[in-house]
Design a protein around this ligand. Structure first.
Ligand code: SF4
Ligand code: SF4
Length: 346
């Protein structure tokens, strides 16, 4: 599909037109204690959109896999599914978060199609925007670099004087009618490419080795109990590293009843493999078993999942290098570059 250019001076009108007709979710600032952080939220006004964000607190997967989601509602013998597709434009997603969406797309469809997820995903239009500011813990340029993002409908790049929009699907091309776009010149297309390429060199952290060599050495380190115990020494088992991760997809399912004791819902909630109870199971008669009881076992499990176990299925690591876990960990022990780079080759 051909590329299109919109002048900076016409961009506000484009956004206003889009917001008037569609639900648009994008990065906005959330300021507290003099710190500026960013979240994906519904845009009421185009001025709130902050395409110069570095990284959002939570990844955009929450738009398709909410932190809490009813799966089935029931009332006596009556049951109704809760598939709730909602048309929306997810505007201004960084490419690494789209790579993470590609993973969740695959994982939520590989055996049974999880319609609570996929229906929302299909109803959305996803627009990537180029990274204008790199987050302090990012390492996306050195992880899974061989894997390109797939699940987006258009790619927007800021260049001098305006933006280049490259539609990738008919849904992406349908956005053109909202703004005064002209066919992009070869120079504008080259400038867009340059804007995306140049930023990779600014990633402050770096994962050494290849996806394959890291998968091999992390897996080979499985039996080094002392190593994992030491690495997890300061872990609070808080689960923050899982909660902020765009590729984590575990959930817990619970049934709850209204006071009538007849009606209620089956709801899923984000879960976290670093928390103490994640792997605790009932053996009946009040007995329980926890098959990852120690912090070291849970810590190791997270790294096995990120660097080794899922590689075959996903074609690369289950980590996109966003650096959210590094920033969210109070003990500062969750950073994949710090952990994986320091595991010696087998
Ligand atoms: S493991 Fe950390 S760096 Fe990797 S995708 Fe998850 S939050 Fe981002
Ligand atoms: S590694 Fe850090 S963020 Fe993750 S559970 Fe432990 S303390 Fe919490």
């Amino acid at each position: 599909m051909s590329s299109h250019f919109i002048k900076e001076s016409d961009f506000a009108a484009f956004l206003a037109g889009l917001i008037k007709e569609k639900k648009v979710v994008g990065p906005v600032a959330k300021t507290s204690r003099q710190q500026e952080k960013f979240v994906f939220a519904q845009l009421e006004r185009g001025e709130d959109l902050r395409l110069d964000y570095d990284v959002t607190i939570l990844p955009p997967k929450k738009e398709f896999f909410p932190t809490q989601q009813d799966l089935v509602r029931f009332d006596g013998p009556r049951r109704e599914g809760c598939v709730t597709p909602e048309e929306k434009v997810l505007f201004g997603v960084h490419f690494y978060d789209v790579k993470a969406l590609d993973m969740t797309d695959l994982l939520f469809q590989e055996r049974n199609d999880d319609r609570n997820y996929t229906a929302r995903r299909e109803a959305a239009t996803v627009v990537i925007s180029n990274i204008q500011k790199v987050s302090p813990r990012a390492f996306w340029s050195s992880i899974g670099a061989e894997i390109q993002p797939q699940g987006h409908d258009a790619w927007l790049s800021r260049i001098a004087g305006g933006y280049v929009l490259e539609p990738r699907t008919p849904k992406g091309a349908a956005l053109l009618r909202f703004g005064k776009f002209a066919t992009a010149t070869p120079a504008q297309i080259a400038a867009a490419r340059q804007a995306n390429d140049a930023v990779a060199a600014q990633c402050p952290e770096r994962l050494q080795g290849t996806s394959e060599s890291n998968a091999r050495k992390v897996r080979a380190a499985f039996g080094q109990e002392e190593l994992w115990t030491k690495l997890a020494e300061d872990c609070f088992s808080c689960g923050s590293c899982n909660t902020v991760c765009p590729t984590c997809y575990c959930f817990d399912v619970q049934d709850w009843w209204n006071v009538d004791q007849k009606s209620g819902a089956r709801t899923r909630y984000w879960d976290s493999c670093l928390t103490e109870d994640f792997a605790k199971i009932s053996l009946g008669a009040g007995a329980t078993e926890n098959f990852r009881e120690s912090r070291g076992e849970r810590f190791r499990h997270r790294f096995m999942r990120k660097a080794a176990y899922l590689n075959e299925k996903l074609g690369g690591p289950a980590c996109v290098g966003c650096g959210r876990c590094s920033a969210a960990c109070t003990a500062d022990i969750a950073d994949p570059t710090a952990v994986i780079n320091n595991i010696p080759e087998a």
